[in-house]
Design a protein around this ligand. Structure first.
Ligand SMILES: Cc1ncc(COP(=O)(O)O)c(C=O)c1O
Length: 389
C-alpha cells in the first residue's frame, strides 16, 4: 500500500497503532513461551495473557473470567451462536437475529438451519434500526437465543441494544451482540447493555488481525466448538496467541483513554463530509441514520450512478483513495450480490449495488478529508449522473 494513499476503509480493518506494535514485540522475540507451560517462560506468557484479559474485562465491564480469547469476530460469533444452540437444543431450536447481521452470523445460523434449527429475522426500519416491537411478537416458548449487532458494519447504524436486552431478560432468553464495529468506538458496557454474550474484535480498533474475544456472562453455558487441551476455561482449545492478545488489550486500552476527544473529532469530520457531499452533489443520498451511527461511518448512494459504484471506487483508487462498496469481509462483493443490509432498509437491488462506504479512523486527517471531497466531486461530475450537478 502506497504510504501517501488516503485510507478511508477503517471498518474493513485498521492500521496497527505503533504504540500497540511496541507492546507486542517482546512477545514475539523474548517472551515466547507457551502460557500453559509450567516453567518461567510459560508463566511469564501466562501473566501477560491474564493482564490482557483483565484489561479487556475492564474495557467491557465484564469480569476477567467471562472473557474468552478467540481468533477474531467470525470465531467469536460462531462460538456464541453455535455454542448456545448446541448447549440449549433440548430447551428449543428457535433463534432470532436481526436482518442486517454480518455474514458470519447469517451463515452460522444458515448452518444451524440445516441441523433442524429455526431462524427468524428481525426487520429494520428505513434507517436500519431494528423494529423492536417485532421482537415480542417473534419470541416463542422455544426461543433459545437472540442476536443483534451493536453497530452495523455497512451503514454504521447503532441499535437499541439495551432495550432488546431487557426484553430478552424478561423472557429469560440469552442475548448476544456482535460488537465488532462498536467496541472501543462508542461507550460499551455489557451490564448497561443487558448482554449475556458479546463479540469484540482487535483489528477494527488499531490492534492486530486474528484476535478477538467473546464475553460469556457467568452462568451462561455454551458448548465449545474446538476440542483439545482445554484452554480458555475449556471453551476454546488451542495455544493462545500471546502477542496478538497483548496487542489487542493495549489497543482497547488506548481507545478507552482517547474515546471522548476522538469521538468528537470523528463525528465532526463525518458530519462535515456528509453535509458537504449532500450540498455539493444533489444526486447524493445518505444510507443509514443521520445521527444514530458510528462516528466514523458514511454510506452514500448517488442517484443516476447506481450501476457505477465499482467504477467510482476504482477511480478513487487511481487517485490514491481507498473506500469500499460495502462489507469488505463478505464474498457478496465478488459475486456482486446486492447488499442484504441496503435491501433491508428498502433500497432496490440496483441501488443496493450502488453505494460506497467511507470509514474514517484515528489516522485520518482534515487535509485527507478535504482531498477526498474534492476528488469525489470531480469524479462524480465526470461520471455524469442523470441529474447533472
Ligand atoms: C460486524 C462484523 N462482525 C464480524 C466481523 C468478522 O470479524 P473478523 O474479520 O475478525 O473475523 C466483521 C469484520 O468485518 C464485522 O464487521
Amino acid at each position: 500500500m502506497d504510504q501517501s494513499s488516503i485510507y478511508l476503509d477503517n471498518a474493513a480493518s485498521t492500521r496497527v497503532d505503533p504504540r500497540v506494535i511496541e507492546t507486542m514485540l517482546p512477545y514475539l522475540s523474548q517472551v515466547y513461551g507457551n502460557p500453559s507451560s509450567l516453567h518461567s517462560a510459560g508463566r511469564e506468557a501466562k501473566e501477560a495473557m491474564e493482564k490482557a484479559r483483565a484489561l479487556i474485562a475492564e474495557c467491557t465491564g465484564a469480569k476477567a473470567e467471562e472473557i474468552v480469547f478467540t481468533s477474531g469476530g467470525t470465531e467469536s460469533n460462531n462460538l456464541a451462536i453455535k455454542g448456545i444452540a448446541l448447549s440449549r437444543y433440548r430447551a428449543g431450536k428457535h433463534i432470532i437475529i436481526s436482518a442486517i447481521e454480518h455474514d458470519c452470523v447469517l451463515n452460522a445460523c444458515g448452518w444451524l438451519k440445516t441441523m433442524g434449527f429455526d431462524v427468524d429475522f428481525l426487520p429494520v426500519d428505513e434507517n436500519g434500526i431494528v423494529r423492536i416491537n417485532e421482537l415480542e411478537k417473534t419470541i416463542r416458548s422455544d426461543t433459545i437465543l437472540v442476536s443483534a449487532m451493536h453497530a452495523n458494519n455497512e451503514i454504521g447504524t447503532i441499535q437499541p441494544i439495551q432495550e432488546i436486552g431487557s426484553i430478552c431478560k424478561a423472557h429469560g432468553i440469552p442475548f448476544h451482540s456482535d460488537a465488532s464495529q462498536s467496541f472501543s468506538k462508542i461507550p460499551f458496557d455489557v451490564n448497561a447493555l443487558n448482554l449475556d454474550l458479546a463479540t469484540v474484535n482487535s483489528h477494527k480498533i488499531y490492534g492486530p488481525k486474528g484476535v478477538g474475544a467473546l464475553f460469556i456472562r457467568k452462568g451462561i453455558r455454551i458448548t465449545p466448538l474446538l476440542h483439545g487441551g482445554g484452554h480458555e476455561y475449556g471453551l476454546r482449545s488451542s495455544t493462545e496467541n500471546i502477542p496478538g492478545i497483548v496487542g489487542f488489550a493495549h489497543a482497547a486500552f488506548l481507545c478507552r483513554t482517547e474515546l471522548e476527544p476522538e469521538n468528537r473529532r470523528l463525528t465532526c469530520l463525518r458530519d462535515k463530509m456528509i453535509d458537504t457531499i449532500l450540498e455539493a452533489i444533489p444526486v447524493a443520498y445518505l444510507n443509514g441514520h443521520r445521527h444514530k451511527r458510528l462516528p466514523n461511518n458514511i454510506n452514500m448512494g448517488f442517484r443516476g450512478l447506481e450501476g457505477e459504484a465499482i467504477k467510482l471506487l476504482l477511480r478513487l483508487d487511481e487517485e490514491g483513495i481507498e473506500v469500499s462498496t460495502g462489507s469488505a469481509c463478505s464474498s457478496n462483493d465478488a459475486e456482486n450480490k446486492p447488499s442484504h443490509v441496503l435491501t433491508a432498509i428498502g433500497l432496490n437491488p440496483v441501488q443496493a449495488r450502488g453505494a460506497i462506504r467511507i470509514t474514517l479512523g484515528r489516522f485520518t486527517t482534515d487535509k485527507e478529508v478535504g482531498t477526498f471531497l474534492q476528488t469525489l466531486m470531480t469524479i462524480i461530475k465526470d461520471l455524469k449522473p442523470i441529474t447533472s450537478i
